[in-house]
Ligand binder design. Structure first.
Ligand code: SAM
Length: 441
């Protein structure tokens, strides 16, 4: 959008106008905008002009004009100037504040709707400003940020990032090992830029189209990247060779590759296989790891007994989303067939994993004629029938049903399911590497 010879229109009046370069940063980069919002806001400024004054705090001691609100719009104006757009002086409104700390507090209360907080940067911002986290929390609506207070310490982060002591776990594992995994946007993950777009609606199979509703008609959903992250960091150890049974879009396999693990992903559906291969190709690896994507039925593989150190499995869930539509697709709306498929799948995973290996199965509960069917407990039971022991379980927060179901759920007096289960099986036996007593705790 080259703006040579063009000027951004000013469509508002403030208490004064100031040149763009006279405005000083107060916020740094505690907030960041998604690519989509950045585009939206840029287009709005070009098409509709600069339509509201920005808030400024004029520091009495430093004679500087600090930006209280309007950072995102001003950064877009700077970008536009680089693209040859003319930028007139900016209308400003003045906010009263006695001190820099007071000004920073005001900045948080008028936080822009166009960007989300970056938790770590926000933490530093608060510590540097000496602001009281509890007080700030009551003023600002922070969707994914909780305040955790320990004597003499203020920490911002999701609940499972809680630092509980000097045991070094957060530094070692990357999170606090909590068993509730909050929904964190995929965009926040450092590897997000290596994830490809999922297939568009046009590439949906006929089976998807036949179902004819928005959830199934070619709208594919990716497992949350941070869920994969926590699975890898908690349940895998360097050198583990993995099986991604029902690889889908290879969300798990790709992130495992990123973290230096090698393995094999299998699926029976050509759309998934093609997408997975592209995904693996697109993912960088820090350790030269190798991931193969192979067409194979997860209920009857050709792998040797005990070929894998670890297995991740996110199989179809009843017929929530239809995939290949093939006869050997695990998805089925018939509970008897689904159970038989799932048991075959678990039996096969048990066979191809090593003694002591962990297998992570992600599953959700469902409703049948209004009644809750506790699928997670059924799957645990089915795992037991093939020989697995239940090793661990975590809850992943998910948001997919929230908008779709909430109104109906309220009418019939129930909650909307906003979580899924991360069930961890163990093939009994094996040893813990450093001799730690496994039964402790
Ligand atoms: C829920 S998706 C996996 C999505 C994946 N977790 C991701 O986010 O990238 C389930 C996958 O299981 C595959 N599938 C269904 N039946 C299968 C079978 N018998 N063997 C292997 N894969 C199967 C489907 O084709 C689909 O790609």
């Amino acid at each position: 959008m080259n703006g040579e010879g063009k000027e951004i229109r000013i469509e508002c009046e403030g208490a004064a106008v100031l040149p763009l370069d006279s405005l000083a940063e107060l916020q740094g980069d505690i907030k960041k905008m998604t690519r989509a919002n950045h585009k939206k806001l840029t287009r709005a400024i070009i098409e509709d002009g600069f339509s509201a004054p920005i808030f400024i705090w004029r520091s009495p001691t430093e004679t500087a004009n600090y930006i209280i609100d309007g950072h995102q719009r001003l950064s877009i104006l700077r970008e536009l100037r680089e693209k040859q757009w003319g930028i007139p002086d900016i209308p400003v409104a003045f906010v009263d504040a006695d001190t820099m700390q007071d000004a920073k507090k005001k900045l948080l209360t008028v936080a822009s709707q166009f960007a989300d907080f970056n938790v770590v940067k926000l933490d530093n911002f608060l510590i540097e400003s000496g602001l009281d986290a509890i007080e700030v929390d009551s003023m600002v609506r922070l969707t994914r940020v909780d305040v955790i207070v320990k004597p003499g310490q203020r920490i911002w982060g999701s609940p499972d990032d809680r630092v509980e002591g000097p045991d070094g776990i957060v530094e070692k594992v990357g999170y606090g090992l909590g068993s509730f995994w909050p929904n964190i946007k995929n965009e926040e993950h450092e590897a997000f830029r290596y994830f490809i777009e999922l297939p568009e609606e046009e590439s949906a199979t006929n089976a998807h189209r036949k179902k004819g509703n928005l959830i199934n008609a070619g709208f594919f959903s990716r497992s949350p990247v941070f869920e994969m992250d926590k699975i890898i960091k908690t349940y895998m150890r360097p050198g583990n060779y993995f099986l991604d049974s029902c690889v889908g879009w290879a969300t798990f396999s790709a992130l495992a590759k990123y973290y230096g693990y090698s393995g094999t992903g299998i699926d029976i559906w050509d759309t998934a296989l093609e997408c997975s291969r592209r995904q693996i190709e697109n993912m960088v690896s820090h350790e030269g790891s190798k991931v193969d994507i192979v067409e194979m039925d997860a209920m009857a593989t050709q792998f040797e007994d005990g070929a894998f150190d670890f297995c991740y499995c996110n199989a179809p869930f009843f017929d929530e989303e239809t995939y290949s539509g093939a006869d050997n697709d695990i998805a089925s709306s018939d509970p008897v067939i689904f159970e038989s498929h799932f048991k075959k799948l678990l039996r096969e995973i048990y066979r191809v994993t090593k003694t002591g290996a962990l297998t992570v199965v992600v599953i959700n509960d469902r409703r049948n004629k209004g009644m809750l069917v506790p699928m997670h407990s059924q799957v645990i039971e089915w795992g037991g029938t093939v020989g697995f022991g239940l090793h661990d379980m975590a809850i992943q927060e998910t948001r997919t049903q929230m908008k779709r179901m909430r109104k109906n759920d309220y009418k019939v007096r129930r909650t909307t399911k906003s979580h899924e289960y991360v069930i961890v099986f163990k093939k009994p036996g094996g040893e813990i590497e450093d001799g730690t007593e496994e039964n402790a705790g």
